[in-house]
Design a protein around this ligand. Structure first.
Ligand code: T1G
Length: 654
């Protein structure tokens, strides 16, 4: 017989054990109602003599997905999670966690306060709060070190890394991995523990550890934190677990959590969290089924094509890799095999996985073989004539129901669709290099793309583990349009008086891993130069135009690959090149520009404003569906720091 303690918490008695189930779809977040219910169940258990122990579990595929992030910023509603967690730990009757699925943030903190933890084999556990710009706020930084030690706790909390069940057992975070149903095994364990004094995590001593090892764990995480606050605070709090009395550590943690929760960094990362979920909701696709896809043809196995093929093979699809000649096809197959070798070397893949993936790859020079694919992705040279001819051919030989996708970065996919008999089956899938690593895929909805074709593109991108963002068809889509505005303003700043290294220094100090000119040199200057030349005839003569980059390219300075660009590059290092400074000064003088010193904050604000203004235009044109999509594209494709939220968020338009 089941008993309810709130809308989201109910319980049943199983031979003296109260089995409490949290059922708060979609992720059993620790909402106010859930907390009230859990607290109610615990106090009921403490008062009922017939109850000898408690088991806590979640309904569905999640244990508890954490605190309810939507409640952040709203006035707090009691009982607060730390109070519920403290009640669990203080219970005189053993409380066993049956971790049936994801136990994240406050969800794991509930588990850590239980006296025994049994996890199902497929569950993921972790304290990913730093990914939201905060630290655990319900005891995670004080209880996890007591179970897993300082070094592991430092790494897991400061990096927000999740662990699978086996690693959680090895680290001492859980007591057992369930062979079958974790609830049944938890009830059995609870009965065994009944009548014994509970093992309270907070009462455990923090195992001693080699301070050097603990220090190194923190250093490794901070090397990637790029000035974010939360990882620094997480490391400090985990250390405090070893030096402060438990209750004092909890208080310090809570104060830090509350301070960070309202920080701009946390608001920015929360914005990104919900932006990623919102991007998946595409207008006009409610109830639209994606077409089934088992085999994907990738045309062109160069840098982009081979990366795309690897991502597709990693996701379990069959791949038909097409090149112009048998030799090129074999080179392509070897390039793909080489990418898998690297994955094996870095431990991300084992030999069996590599072999299984390559077994699903057919590399060929016979274009007609694409007839066996439900989706064709072309990644050939980004030239209109080349791609148009290819689409005419594909339209004739691809399966009637197959979806045709272009990986173009700058061409208008509508022009490619127009040369086919069925333009409704054409869309853009714009991957970012390296395509097997970069998360972002711009999914381009062309003028005639059918809803189920768009749904198919989104479904495939999601299965690749990518972050798909839908964009309309315009030159450069969302990302390159905003990046072009960024580039334009950066060059205006150079003409006005700032030097490339000063601009890069300002943007890197603000949070970018690389400033614009370092990125231009890394990507190569020739592609933008070719586009500027293509546009020269139609460029508005009254519009401001900076020709310094043209001068650099005319001098053979194409960036890192040619050893010289905006910088001189040697030994993997970039250096200010007096030749470039002289070229800049000459160009300014030729235009009679009165140079002035430009402070770093003006550099930053002008570049951010330029990106936001272009974003605004994309929204007005209906190319981007929402401002947060633009933030996702710039963060996941162009190195905009996530903890800043994106150009639209910074401009207050997120
Ligand atoms: N709060 C509120 N809503 C949440 C949520 C949460 N914690 N997690 C997910 N959602 C919503 C999400 O917005 C989406 O809504 C729907 O649930 C499905 O999510 C004190 C303070 C659990 C692995 O960081 O990582 O605890 O779009 O699409 O792919 O120390 O959600 O449908 O309207 O992601 O199956 C720490 C966050 C919080 C975990 C499931 N917890 N969540 O993935 O579904 S801070 C986290 C996830 C904390 C304490 C602190 C994933 C998931 P909608 P989804 P999924």
């Amino acid at each position: 017989m089941s008993q309810t303690f709130s809308d989201t918490v109910s319980a049943r008695l199983d031979g003296g054990v109260l089995v409490v189930t949290i059922d708060n779809p979609p992720v059993n977040a620790a909402s106010a109602d859930m907390r009230t219910g859990l607290a109610g169940a615990l106090s009921h258990a403490s008062m009922a003599d017939k109850i000898v122990a408690v088991v806590i579990t979640g309904a569905g595929k999640t244990f508890v997905g954490g605190a309810d992030i939507r409640e952040f910023g709203a006035p707090p509603v009691g009982p607060l999670l730390p109070e519920v967690v403290a009640a669990i730990e203080a219970s005189d009757k053993p409380v066993v966690a049956a971790i049936n699925g994801a136990a994240l943030g406050g969800g794991l903190e509930i588990g850590l306060a239980c006296h025994h933890r049994i996890v199902s084999a497929g569950a993921k556990l972790g304290l990913p709060e730093v990914k939201l710009g905060i630290v655990p706020g319900a005891g995670g930084t004080q209880r996890l070190p007591r179970l897993a030690g300082l070094a592991a706790a430092t790494e897991l909390i400061a990096a927000g890394r999740l662990v699978a069940a086996a690693e959680a057992l090895a680290l001492g975070i859980v007591d057992a991995v369930a062979e079958g149903d974790p609830v049944g095994e938890a009830v059995a364990a609870a009965r065994r523990l009944a009548g014994h004094s509970p093992r309270r995590t907070g009462a455990l001593a923090v195992p001693s550890a080699d301070p050097v090892v603990v220090e190194q764990a923190g250093v490794r995480v901070l090397a990637k934190a790029r000035g974010q606050q939360a990882p620094v605070e997480a490391i400090r709090l985990v250390r405090a677990a070893a030096t402060l009395p438990f209750e004092q550590g909890l208080a310090e943690e809570r104060a830090t959590f509350l301070r960070l929760r309202d920080s701009t960094e946390a608001k920015a990362l929360r914005h990104i969290f919900f932006a990623e979920r919102a991007a998946a909701k595409v207008a006009g696709l409610d109830g639209v089924e994606a077409r089934p896809v088992r085999t994907i043809a990738v045309i062109g196995l160069g840098l982009m094509g081979s990366g795309i093929a690897v991502a597709v093979l990693d996701a379990g699809y069959n791949v038909i890799g097409v090149e112009q000649t048998p030799e090129a096809a074999e080179n392509g197959r070897q390039r793909i095999a080489g990418l898998f070798d690297r994955a094996v070397k870095s431990g991300r893949l084992d030999a069996e996985g590599r072999a299984a993936r390559l077994a699903r790859l057919a590399a060929t020079a016979v274009m007609e073989e694409v007839a066996g694919a439900e989706l064709v992705i072309e990644a050939v040279f980004d030239d209109l004539a080349v791609k148009t001819a290819l689409f005419e051919r594909l339209d004739a030989i691809a399966a009637p129901h197959a979806v045709l996708a272009t990986n173009t970065s700058y061409l208008d996919p509508d022009q490619l669709a127009a040369v086919t008999a069925r333009p409704e089956r054409v869309l853009g899938l714009h991957f970012f290099s390296p395509a097997n690593i970069m998360r972002l895929v711009e999914v381009v909805r062309c003028g005639k793309t059918a809803p189920d074709v768009l749904a198919t593109g989104l479904a495939v991108a999601k299965r690749l583990g990518k972050l798909p963002v839908v964009t309309g068809a315009t030159e450069g889509f969302i990302g390159n349009r905003v990046f072009s505005a960024y580039r334009r303003e950066a060059e205006f700043l150079v003409e006005d008086g700032a030097l490339p290294h000063e601009i890069d220094a300002a943007m890197e100090a603000w949070g970018f891993a690389m400033g614009p000119f370092a990125v231009f040199d890394l990507a190569g200057l020739e592609i933008a130069w070719a586009r500027r030349k293509r546009q020269a005839a139609t460029r508005d003569p009254s519009a401001r135009y900076v020709d310094i980059a043209d001068r650099l390219c005319e001098a053979g300075r194409f960036g890192q690959k040619s050893g010289r660009g905006w910088y001189a590059h040697a030994g993997g290092k970039r250096q200010v090149d007096p030749e470039v400074t002289a070229l800049i000064e000459t160009s300014r003088a030729a235009k009679g520009i009165v140079v002035r010193a430009i402070p770093a904050d003006e550099i930053v604000s002008r570049l951010l404003a330029a990106m936001a203004a272009e974003g605004r235009a994309l929204l007005d044109e209906g190319i981007a569906a929402r401002a947060s999509d633009i933030d996702l594209v710039m963060i996941n494709g162009y190195g905009f720091p996530a903890h800043k939220g994106g150009p639209m968020f910074v401009a207050g338009m997120g």
